[in-house]
Structures are given as structure tokens and as C-alpha cells.
Design a protein around this ligand. Structure first.
Ligand code: ASP
Ligand code: MG
Length: 418
């Protein structure tokens, strides 16, 4: 079996869905499982519905209508005949969503979030599988919540591998095109859970692992994994092959092409991962597999903007020792600040962090009682894997470098744009 993942961008409109059909014509669809995300920006649109629901906003109904309208337009573009059962099927999904909004009593934000946001994937796969059947492909729609079992940590649920393996081995059949939802799972009580934003890649890896799949292909609007983000670097080029280890490193430092959790299960069973263009499906793309670190060998650039550089020094010139450091890290963890770089000397300690949830102010109040705290907001962190002098120059040009750290394979540079 092969597992194909199609993300939101690939199914953002009727043309996108027709294109999925033509990719399948090229790549084949027997013994294939498609893992599909919500269409376009639907997940964000449903996040707004959730916000309006909790704020008791007057805009709740109109935000639901937006999502409906968007999908209806796609349906009308795809199916001329409004008596096609897909219209009833999608209507039923929306009725379920509206029923939930009208009757839910749970005040638990994360729980409610998962129950609502999941309609994005349920609806996209409903539309896609009806369309594939309509085009004559023998298709089976699978509710992923009957397969991927998780704990009840809503919005960031952890997979129960044993149960999931059992469900998948027993009930996924070959020979036909299987279509299921990325990102979703269900807990012990069969409530819907999600695996974290952008989690559909991970779903593909879970199925591949449990099916001992031949390969996973992530179809994207770029030719494959590039050595740099073409939006920030002029001469970005395609990597033909990278090792699992290199891919894990790149994802760790913030490369966004592959969701970081995706690689571990694939690497365990040495299942190759292909990242390919859904615009040019015949191009080879990138393969992530056992073997050479990087082919062709070249520096890889990862940019993280909006970072916070924090320097802590002891108030009385005493050393910053293991116990202080472990205390500092426990606080970063508690306040959900993600540490992307660490540098320390005898009496000072610097970190570059990402403050996704805006918690630094509260943390600073605690840290300032024990340390002298200096910080610079809005810095950019560049990571260069397999750096050379020219690569470093490219990054440093026209910028003020405020910190630089070099290890054998990785150079990290913190800059303030000037
Ligand atoms: N639809 C979800 C999201 O946008 C999952 C995914 O796209 O992978 O986060
Ligand atoms: Mg997405």
C-alpha cells in the first residue's frame, strides 16, 4: 500500500480537487490511502467560529455561513447535478456541526475546539471521495476516528499505538482507493481529538507505519524540499535526497515542509517519504530515506522571525550553575516558551526563544527576582546546516549580528534587521 497526503492548499477549490484526480491518474490509485486536510484555509475559518462561540459573539452565525458558502461553491463547481448524494452528505455534516453549537454544554475550550474544527477534514474528504466515485474510481471513505485512537489531550492528543495498530490492521482494505481525514483521532469515549495544527502529515505517517506501507508521498505546491525558503533566498534549490536524520534536524530547527513528528515512525520502519509537486507529478521531487545526508550537498537555511533574545546574568557575579539552569528551563517549559538556541558563560546565560503564547511578561517578573534580565525583541534566528563561509556571509550581509554560535554541522546567527 502507498500513502498519499494532500494538504489544504492542494484542495482549496474545484480546480484543486480535479487536479488531485489527475495526479492519481499519473501516480496510480490502486492500493492507495489518501490522507486529506481541510480545504484551503478552512481550519482557520473554523477557529474563528470557535472563538465567536466562546465570545458569544453576534458574528457566530455569519462565520458558520462563511464556511458553508465556501464549500457550497466548490460543490456547485464540481457537480452539475444537484441531486448527487454529495449535497445531502455535506449538508448533514453542517447540520451536525450546528447541532453541536446549539446543544453543547462543555465549557472546556480545547474539547470544544476539537469537536468543531474536525468538520473541516470530515467535509473535505466527503467531497473528495464523492468526486472520485463520480469520476469512476472505486473509493472507500474511512472515518479516521475509528482508526487513530488517542488520549484525551484535546488539540495535542497523543496516539495510542497499540489500539491504532489493531484497528488499522483489521479494517483497512487494499485494492481500492481509500480516503481518510488527516489531523483527527478519537479518545476512549469516542470524542474527536486532534493531533496539533498541521498534523495531517503525521496522520499519513501513522497509517504508513501500521500498514507497513511501501512509501508515503506528500503532494505540495513546491517541487520538493528546498535548501532555503524561496521567499527569503534568491537561489533556493531542490534537494534530491535527504536522510531521515537530516530531515529531523531540519524540522527541529524550524523548516516547515515536513511536520516534525512525521519522521520518527517512518524512520523506524525505513519507509521512504517523497515530497512531490502536485503541479508536476512526474518530477522526482525529494526523497527522504536511508542513505546520504544530503544530495546534492549544500548549505541549508532556516529562518525564524519574531524571536526574543533573553540574557540572564547573576546579580552578584556568582556563577550560573546547573541548578540555576535547570530552574530556568523548568520556567521556560511552564510558560511555554520554545528555546531555539542556548549560549552560556560563567556568569551569563542567553537564549533565543519563541513566545507563541505571549507569556514572557509574566515569566520576566519571576526571573527578575533572581537574575539581571536583558532582552531584545523581534530578532531573527538563522540556522545554517552544513554551513560554509559564503553561506554565513549571505546571512550576515546588511544585518547587525548580535549572537553567533557554531558547531560542527550547524551555524546559528541571531540578527536585528537594519
Ligand atoms: N487542517 C489542519 C490544519 O490546518 C491540519 C493540516 O492541515 O495538516 O492545521
Ligand atoms: Mg493545512
Amino acid at each position: 500500500m502507498r500513502v498519499f497526503k494532500f494538504g489544504g492548499a492542494s484542495v482549496k477549490d474545484a480546480a484543486g480537487i480535479k487536479n488531485v484526480y489527475s495526479v492519481l491518474q499519473t501516480a496510480g490509485y490502486e492500493d492507495v490511502l489518501l490522507v486529506v486536510s481541510a480545504m484551503g484555509k478552512t481550519t482557520n475559518a473554523l477557529e474563528l467560529v470557535i472563538k465567536n462561540y466562546f465570545d458569544k459573539s453576534a458574528e457566530l452565525q455569519s462565520s458558520v455561513q462563511e464556511v458553508k458558502k465556501y464549500h457550497n461553491e466548490i460543490l456547485l463547481d464540481l457537480f452539475e447535478d444537484e441531486s448527487n448524494p454529495v449535497f445531502t452528505a455535506v449538508n448533514m455534516q453542517f447540520s451536525d456541526l450546528e447541532y453541536f453549537l446549539a446543544h453543547n454544554k462543555s465549557p472546556n475550550y480545547n474539547f470544544v475546539y476539537d469537536q468543531i474544527v474536525s468538520y473541516g477534514e470530515l467535509i473535505s474528504t466527503t467531497i473528495l471521495s464523492h468526486f472520485m466515485s463520480h469520476m469512476g474510481i472505486k473509493t472507500q471513505w474511512l472515518d479516521v476516528r475509528n482508526f487513530v485512537k488517542t488520549n484525551s489531550n484535546y488539540r495535542d492528543a497523543e496516539v495510542d499505538w497499540e489500539l491504532t495498530q489493531k484497528n488499522i490492521s483489521k479494517n483497512v482494505k487494499g485494492k481500492i482507493l481509500n480516503i481518510t481525514q488527516g489531523f483527527l483521532g478519537s479518545d476512549e469515549n469516542n470524542f474527536t481529538t486532534t493531533l496539533g495544527r498541521e498534523g495531517s502529515d503525521y496522520t499519513a505517517a501513522i497509517f504508513a507505519y501500521c500498514l507497513n506501507a511501501e512509501s508515503v508521498t506528500i503532494w505540495k505546491d513546491v517541487p520538493g524540499v528546498m535548501n532555503a525558503d524561496p521567499r527569503y533566498f534568491e537561489n533556493a534549490s531542490l534537494l534530491n535526497q535527504i536522510s531521515y536524520r537530516e530531515a529531523i534536524e531540519l524540522a527541529f530547527y524550524g523548516a516547515t515542509v515536513i511536520h516534525p513528528k512525521t519522521l520518527q515512525p517512518l524512520q523506524k520502519k525505513e519507509i521512504p517519504l517523497y515530497v512531490k509537486s502536485f503541479i508536476n507529478p512526474l518530477l522526482p521531487g525529494t526523497s527522504v530515506a536511508k542513505g546520504a545526508d544530503l544530495e546534492p550537498y549544500m548549505p541549508c537555511f532556516i529562518v525564524k522571525r519574531n524571536q526574543l533574545l533573553i540574557s540572564l546574568s547573576s546579580i552578584d557575579f556568582s556563577f550560573i550553575m546547573e541548578e540555576n539552569i535547570s530552574e530556568i528551563f523548568a520556567l521556560f517549559h511552564q510558560f511555554k516558551l520554545k528555546v531555539n538556541l542556548i549560549q552560556n558563560s560563567a556568569i551569563s546565560f542567553s537564549v533565543c526563544v519563541e513566545d507563541k503564547f505571549g507569556n514572557f511578561k509574566d515569566l520576566n517578573a519571576i526571573l527578575s527576582k533572581k537574575f539581571k534580565v536583558d532582552f531584545t525583541e523581534n530578532v531573527t534566528l538563522y540556522t545554517i546546516r552544513h554551513f560554509d563561509e559564503k553561506a554565513a556571509q549571505t546571512v550576515e550581509e546588511n544585518k547587525t549580528v548580535i549572537l553567533k554560535q557554531v558547531s560542527r554541522e550547524t551555524m546559528q546567527i541571531v540578527t536585528k534587521e537594519s
